[in-house]
Design a protein around this ligand. Structure first.
Ligand SMILES: [Cu+2]
Length: 71
């Protein structure tokens, strides 16, 4: 499958991670990236951004996470 990721921020870099599916894409502020991957099986996979500005909590800890559902 193909996903188009667009960053809506103006300064802060983010990333898009689905660890179980070996997806990890950095996304600079304001940029767009197209990623392709093939989920091997249905399931619920955590999505998150693990960027952090030390010593602040990671973006994931601040709520930048979700679930990717494969039917
Ligand atoms: Cu982030």
């Amino acid at each position: 499958m193909e996903l188009t990721l667009t960053s809506a921020t103006t300064i802060t870099p983010h990333n898009f991670i689905i660890k179980e599916l070996s997806v990890e894409q950095d996304l600079s502020a304001g940029k767009t990236a197209v990623i392709t991957f093939t989920p091997a099986q249905p399931g619920s996979y955590p999505i998150y951004c693990d960027k952090r500005l030390w010593p602040l909590p990671s973006h994931r800890d601040k709520g930048m996470e979700g679930t990717f559902e494969v039917k």
